[in-house]
Design a protein around this ligand. Structure first.
Ligand code: DGL
Length: 277
């Protein structure tokens, strides 16, 4: 492909495969954009790591994506957004970042029972960002939060709809359904990969909320405001790098029906990363 004169790409990253749910929403909303995706599969799960470690990974990944000329960085990981978005914005004020945060606001707008649920990683539910969102948006509504340890590992292993994953979900979600939630926020970008199973476990009376389409709209409006959208005749694409095995990554792409030009291996070397074709 001749990329001379082409609009710069959008960089997207996650600890692994979860951010592909966000990449997929961006691909749908902005089909003319080139998307570069990095999944840090070798370091998964971020949700059980310290903020300092997650920030160091996020900084190095951002540097690698910026070295590819990215015009905007999407942190397609709730855990990395909670740990790294604020410090990265402070360190690199010239860079446009879009991050994830649990979609408590739409859940609060939707609820009729006055009880909503949020599932996320341990790091996300214990973080300051989550506490401040609940304080700002959930006045008068009960927010039940639940960390789901090992669910990310289960999804990375391709166990999208197995008896074990279903039993784990029942353990976390049945108590919420008994307390009458009518909205459930997916506060980790891996969870939409198993949305049909989650919906089945909570039942049709609970609205399951995935923030990915709202994130795609945010990316679009930021680029539109700055006049930086790719031209309407440009050919969009997705190219992926993973620090883990490309074969496993490709298998999940196939499974969710997302087409990538290529899946490259990008190993970490002394805390830094280079995205080579
Ligand atoms: N997709 C990440 C998130 O949104 C998963 C975090 C992890 O690796 O534990 O939080």
């Amino acid at each position: 492909m001749d990329l001379k004169g082409a609009s710069p790409p959008i960089g997207i990253f996650d600890s692994g495969l979860g951010g592909l749910t966000v990449a997929s929403a961006i691909r749908q909303a902005l089909p003319h954009e080139r998307l570069l995706y990095f999944g840090d599969n070798v370091h998964i799960p971020y949700g059980e790591r310290s903020n300092a470690e997650i920030l160091a990974f996020s900084q190095a990944i951002t540097d690698a994506l910026l070295a590819q000329g990215c015009k905007l960085i999407v942190i397609a990981c709730n855990t990395a957004s909670a740990a790294a978005l604020k410090p990265l914005r402070e360190r690199m004020p010239q860079v446009r970042f879009v991050g994830m945060e649990p979609a408590v606001k739409p859940a609060v707008e939707h609820t009729r029972t006055g009880v909503v649920g949020v599932i996320a990683t341990i790091a996300t539910v214990q973080g300051e960002v989550f506490a401040s969102i609940v304080e700002r948006f959930a006045q008068g509504v009960t927010v039940l939060q639940q960390a789901c340890p090992n669910l990310v590992r289960q999804i990375e292993a391709g166990e999208f709809d197995t008896p074990k994953t279903e039993a784990m979900l029942h353990g976390w979600l049945d108590p919420m359904v008994e307390k009458n939630i009518d909205a459930l926020v997916l506060g980790c970008t891996h969870y939409p990969l198993i949305r049909p199973l989650i919906q089945r476990v909570v039942g049709d009376g609970v609205r399951v909320i995935d923030p990915a389409p709202a994130i795609a709209r945010r990316v679009e409006s930021m680029l539109r405001e700055d006049g930086d959208l790719a031209p309407a005749d440009a050919e969009g694409s997705l190219t992926c790098w993973t620090s883990g095995p490309p074969g496993t990554f490709q298998a999940i792409l196939d499974r969710i029906g997302l087409r990538s030009e290529a899946v490259h291996h990008a190993p970490w070397r002394d805390g830094t990363l280079t995205l080579l074709p």
